[in-house]
Write a protein that binds this ligand. Structure first.
Ligand code: SF4
Length: 309
């Protein structure tokens, strides 16, 4: 049973926690809020004489009033070894309470995380980072092979971040290379050179809406294999939709956002790349129920390599 609300994963794993804001998408960092809640739970455990366990780590990575990260990054041996205890194959979201390639995460620690992922090949790991340039340099020195069970995602919110980051992503060895446009904060055209040039839209290849679509696999090396799109949520409510100067945030931005999302879905269809629309603004509210999405946005597709994992 899933222990996370992340719809394309069923487990989270946080061997490294802590972060620093570094991009447009960080302004309303969801993880800080979660870290504050977990630090508070650790306090309550301590007050009752209970073992606060791994929750205590979050006190060490927050500032004095717990409104932001303090810049420290903390790793935990106990957390590192958790995947060995999960017998059933899981889809594991890695380090969502920070960024594995934060400048203060040691190269050796990152290596240990990859070693655990290699030795627990029954699981599929989804590793997201905004520090894709450091990730590319790290792979260059520390790991040149692509682990078949590791899917690597670069997180971006606006066009300039996509343009700057995806070339680094495509240098990294990974079974799946994806871009996560969440929160999407402006119109984005994914440059064609990031998609496999031989891809052709084909009825035969079985593009269908809905979960678990079945696509013929495309060559994965050097191209994007998956795109995730979502609007910003803050505490379960709709967050910002735009940092585009021409589209002010607020109600006026709702239809624009859905247009941007639809454009990206179209780009993925043309390129035969699976796309996963996670959540959208609908009548001013955050909507996570695909059945309520406009039909063109009702796409929750996973890359072929992810099937059955
Ligand atoms: S990289 Fe992720 S965890 Fe770190 S501050 Fe940005 S949104 Fe938060």
């Amino acid at each position: 049973m899933a222990d996370t609300k992340i719809p394309y994963a069923d487990k989270t794993w946080t061997p490294v926690v802590g972060c620093t804001r570094c991009a447009h998408g960080c302004k309303n960092c969801w993880a800080v809020t979660s870290a504050r809640r977990l630090a508070g739970m650790a306090d309550a455990d301590d007050a009752k004489g209970r073992n606060s366990d791994l929750k205590a780590r979050y006190r060490d990575v927050l500032n004095a009033d717990r409104t932001d990260w303090n810049g420290r990054v903390v790793s935990s041996c106990e957390a590192l070894h958790q995947p060995f205890r999960w017998r059933k194959p899981r889809r594991v979201a890695v380090c969502f309470m920070g960024d594995l390639w934060h400048r203060d995460a040691d190269n050796e620690i990152i290596g240990e995380v990859f070693d655990v992922m290699k030795r627990t090949s029954q699981h599929t790991y989804l590793v997201f980072t905004k520090r894709i340039k450091r990730a590319a340099h790290w792979f260059d020195v520390w790991m040149q092979e692509a682990l078949p069970n590791v899917h690597l995602y670069f997180s971006a919110s606006i066009q300039s971040e996509v343009n700057a980051g995806v070339p680094w992503l495509l240098k990294c060895p990974a079974a799946v290379r994806g871009v996560s446009l969440e929160p999407l904060l402006g119109p984005i055209t994914i440059p064609e050179k990031f998609f496999y040039p031989g891809a052709r839209l084909s009825e035969r290849c079985g593009l269908r809406s809905g979960r678990g679509m079945d696509l013929d696999p495309l060559p994965s090396d050097g191209y994007l294999n998956h795109v995730i799109i979502g609007c910003e949520s803050i505490g379960g409510r709709l967050g910002r939709l735009s940092v585009d100067e021409l589209i002010p945030d607020g109600p006026a931005a709702w239809p624009y956002w859905r247009g941007w999302c639809g454009d990206i879905v179209d780009q993925c269809r043309e390129a035969r790349v699976p796309v996963y629309v996670k959540q959208i603004p609908l009548v001013g509210k955050l909507c996570k129920i695909p059945a309520l999405f406009p039909e063109v946005l009702r796409r929750q597709e996973l890359p072929t390599q992810a099937k059955g994992t």
